[in-house]
Design a protein around this ligand. Sequence first.
Ligand code: MRU
Length: 351
Amino acid sequence: MKMKIHSSLRTVEWKDNAVVMIDQTKLPNELVFVKYTNFNEVADAIRNLVVRGAPAIGVSGAFGLALAALQSKATTKDDLLVDLEQAKKILFETRPTAINLAWGLERIMKTARNGNTVSEIKDAVINEAKKMADEDIEINMRMGKHGSQLFHDNDTVMTHCNAGALATVAYGTALGVIRATKESGKKIKVIATETRPVMQGSRLTAFELKHDGIDVSLIPDTAVGYSMANGLVSKVIVGADRILRTGHVYNKIGTYQVALMARQHHIPFYVAAPLSTFDMKSIPKDVVIEQRKASEVTGVAGKKTAPDDINVINPAFDMTPPELITGIITEAGVAKPPFEESIKKLFESKL
Ligand code: MRU
């Protein structure tokens, strides 16, 4: 199907006291927008991958809380805060791994706590959520500029999952770096993995890069080793759902395999993520890896591809250890090993 996405198009936005988002479960076949006026609908949308990608769900959670504020019948600040805490809990429990969701919800709660009257708080949380959406795009563009300096003319870059415009409000993190590299005048090609089981690579990354005229080739996940061993890949770049202060990176299931394979073939492995993706408090054993339903693995596009009653293990994310990572690109600059020191410096530079 032919469709044109305008560069001003946003994955998620606030319009006339409602949250409007692209229904990503319908891509690449249909471009459908959904509109929500109830925070429970936003929670369902996050849970069911209508919106996905760490920064996009961070902003969606913030918009969800803004809807909860509008829905609240509270007449006092205290009662409104109780309603918001309840909504926050429901939104927070939708997806446990991406830290941006907790970050977005907490930023809105802080705004609410700082307000005085009910009507002042309602206006303030809507404005704060809209500000977060605008900031997301600016941050991605700054990240893109830093990252583009690491990529050279005629590089072929492998990416996994979708860390693009569709995983953020617009522009993207890993794909934002690729866009910025192209905008700087360098020729760049992309190899995108399909990213089973939910196919964010083929449905979303291949779709948005092709749409923007960026040279992209799609490979099955099983062809990562082949592509690297045959000299088809000069660098790897992926996004992240959570990064610990030690440089441990949580991202889409399969990222760890790609990083290991890159190390075997001496290919630089980069991660691009905003500072809101860093969790400076947790250690690996604290991080909950989301386990998704078996039907994502036992079928493809609604067609069964496995025997009935088969046991399934379906983790949505894995952890790539710091020793496999060449650099972490953020809006504040690029962290290089040893990460504990360089990440700390990036945060200090933001103070
Ligand atoms: O399950 P998803 O589609 O939400 O997973 C998305 C990813 O793992 C992305 O790579 C990550 O969120 C980085 S997005 C800028």
